[in-house]
Design a protein around this ligand. Structure first.
Ligand SMILES: [Zn+2]
Length: 675
């Protein structure tokens, strides 16, 4: 008996975590792949392909496999161990091979194309049209229309690209790990907080340098040093080490890897009929085209640059005043910014924490969702959990109808990866008249309670909880027929709208008054403190905006330029970054060779999406600010047109239906204090 292959008998057909053992996964996945293959065979056997027996059947195929792999990979992130990790190495290639088998199946594609070519005659709804278009395109973009030689070449390119991406990442990691700043004199620690010193001493111990303080290029070590160290020479040394990763011409150099990747990506795009890699990527984005992204970035740059220049001037003045510094260098920026920020806004984590007891914040998040969207969260202990710290809820609407199952998993553990994320164990869909409601989860790493104190969150953790909860709402309120179009299955540059917009409520007095009470005195958070939080959030927004834009421009330049013309990475980067440069250049430094987002992760021609999503969330939230942050009509429109709609239609259409017009950057500029 394998509980993963059985029907799920727990409440709401939730995953039977109480019965699953690690040894169940592999046989269950193998069996589920077999079932999925039979379903695909059935689709291919149909004498006359139709929308229902081909496109819908394909969307519904592999259901068991989806459920089992969701459970497995969610646990590999939230509650893993050596055994699960070893299994993941075995299971991942099976799944990749299976999905390639489907995407490369010529007979299957022939059936899909047959339906696609009749799309005008089929009388499809908008949702059905989107499903057909998405299915057809996913095959074409994977090479289904190419001849044998071209298909072969495409596989070769993909293989090489994945190897180059891995190599790129390994080099950056090797460079990060091999550098150490070893401090033996306590006087060289001037300015550093006790906790930072303690951590450095521990790093020294781990690296066999007993009694010495060791700093590395890992962020938790690097950032505090740059922020607090009074030793300018040492800051410089650490900065140079961090900014010359993988560009020193040795075995860890990434310059040739970049050129090779750009050449291959461009060739891949050309094979599929696109002039450049960015054209290939952006076709499946809300932004639609490279010129539109470039306009977007340039427009924002023009608005942010004057403010950024002012901020640098302010910092120069400040540094001169307190230290007699003549010119701010890149290794001075974080140090003086931290001091200036403290002087301007005296608002610290420790001052705010007492108002943000975790239980109160959760209560506040639920209450906000209740006021906006009429849903209620009821703890349900009968739903099986994968760890005792997980809390399980049933979500119902005002009439008592079942909406979703919600899992919340808040504290760090040895088997959990860093960060915070939303995920789901089951998506929403309607199959043969039966609706499946979603099972959604958020996983975080928040400050734990201690013997004497409850879990008191930093404000940053509060906004993180609102953020992930926004993603969760997108999943929980999903209302569609096809799983591949519901919930968070939307274009990449649209998926952060629900999460980022939800963060806005955590800055509003009307919302904070609901839950931000001092954990001892019950006093509601004072208005002056809220104002300080808002002001501090806008500190150096001009500078930060220009910085994000510079990365976006560099990304677009790499993926939109003929790679043959990129011969010198140093010169190319300098040229592209010139319009966004605010501090003196440092000879010999380079950011491209450690730009893992675009050369290792999936952000190629996508870095702009960070700012893009901010424009959307500020613009959408402005409507709530105008009508009231709990205005029922606005909330309902946001729910119907955005949260419940998923990827049913193009995001431009959905957004316009909510906002009444296309998005404008004005609200973001205003919120960030740039106009
Ligand atoms: Zn997010």
């Amino acid at each position: 008996m394998n509980p993963l292959l059985d029907n799920f008998f727990a409440p709401f057909e939730t995953a039977p975590f109480d019965l699953i053992k690690p040894e169940h996964y592999l046989p269950a996945i193998q069996e589920a792949i077999k079932i999925a293959k039979e379903e695909i065979q059935e689709i291919k056997n149909t004498p006359i392909p139709t929308f229902e027996n081909t496109i819908v059947a394909l969307d519904q195929s592999g259901e068991k496999l989806n459920v089992i792999s969701s459970i497995f990979f969610n646990l590999n992130s939230a509650e893993t161990n050596d055994q699960i990790q070893a299994l993941a190495r075995e299971i991942s290639p099976l799944l990749t091979a299976h999905s390639n088998d489907i995407l490369l199946d010529e007979a299957l594609f022939a059936n899909i194309q047959f339906v696609y070519e009749q799309k005008e005659k089929l009388n499809l709804t908008e949702e059905q049209k989107t499903l057909l278009e998405k299915t057809f395109k996913s095959f074409v973009r994977n090479g289904a229309k190419l001849d044998e030689n071209q298909k072969h070449r495409l596989r070769e390119i993909d293989r090489e690209l994945s190897q180059l991406g891995l190599k790129f990442g390994e080099n950056v990691l090797a460079e990060t790990n091999k550098y150490e700043l070893v401090i033996s004199e306590e006087s060289d620690l001037a300015g550093l907080p006790e906790a930072v010193k303690e951590a450095a001493l521990q790093t020294g111990e781990e690296k066999g340098k007993q009694g010495k303080w060791v700093f590395t290029l890992a962020y938790p070590s690097y950032i505090p040093f740059m922020m607090y160290s009074e030793k300018r020479e040492l800051r410089r040394e650490l900065f140079i080490a961090s900014s010359t990763k993988s560009c020193k011409g040795d075995e860890f150099d990434n310059q040739q890897h970049i050129k090779d990747m750009l050449r291959l990506k461009n060739e891949r795009a050309n094979l599929l009929g696109y002039p450049s890699y960015s054209d290939f990527v952006l076709e499946e984005r809300m932004a639609k085209s490279a010129p539109k992204v470039m306009d977007f970035l340039h427009n924002l740059l023009e608005m942010a640059k004057p403010k950024a220049k002012e901020e640098v001037k302010e910092l120069e003045y400040f540094a001169k005043e307190i230290d007699g510094l003549e010119e701010i260098e890149k290794w001075d920026f974080a140090f003086y910014s931290e001091k200036l920020k403290n002087q301007k806004y005296e608002v610290s984590d420790e001052l705010l924490r007492p108002y943000f007891k975790l239980e109160n914040v959760i209560e506040g998040v639920f209450l906000t969702a209740e006021k906006l969207f009429g849903i209620h969260f009821i703890e349900n202990q009968n739903i099986p959990k994968y760890h005792p710290e997980v809390t399980t809820y049933e979500v119902i609407d005002t009439e008592g109808n079942h909406v979703a199952v919600f899992y919340a998993d808040f504290f760090p553990r040895a088997g959990k990866r860093n960060g915070a994320w939303m995920t789901s164990f089951r998506g929403q869909k309607t199959t043969k008249g039966k609706e499946f409601r979603p099972h959604v989860s958020i996983v975080c790493n928040f400050t734990k309670p201690t013997k004497t104190k409850p879990s008191l969150l930093t404000f940053n953790e509060v906004t993180t909880l609102f953020h992930e909860f926004g993603h969760a709402l997108h999943g929980m309120l999903a209302k569609g027929n096809y799983e591949s179009l519901t919930g968070t299955s939307v274009y990449w540059d649209f998926v952060e709208l629900p999460s980022q917009i939800f963060e806005n409520w955590s800055y509003e007095k009307e919302c904070l008054d609901l839950f931000a009470k001092h954990y001892e005195t019950e006093e509601i958070i004072p208005s002056e403190l809220i104002q300080k939080i808002k002001n501090a959030a806008n500190f150096q927004q001009g500078y930060q905006t220009v910085r994000q834009i510079s990365f976006g421009l560099l990304d677009m330049a790499y993926h939109g330029t003929d790679p043959a013309s990129i011969t010198d990475i140093f010169a190319f980067e300098r040229e592209i970054l010139k319009p966004t440069s605010l501090l003196p250049d440092v000879e010999g430094t380079l950011m491209s060779t450690s730009f893992s987002h675009i050369f290792q992760g999936g952000y190629a021609a996508g870095y702009y999406s960070y700012k893009w999503a901010e424009v959307l969330d500020a613009d959408a939230f402005e409507m709530f600010l105008e009508k009231g942050i709990f205005d029922p009509e606005t909330a309902n429109s946001f729910k119907e047109n955005i949260l419940s709609a998923g990827g049913k239609e193009h995001p431009t259409i959905l957004y316009k239906r909510f906002r009444g017009r296309d998005p404008k950057p004005d609200a973001l500029l205003k919120r960030a204090g740039l106009v």
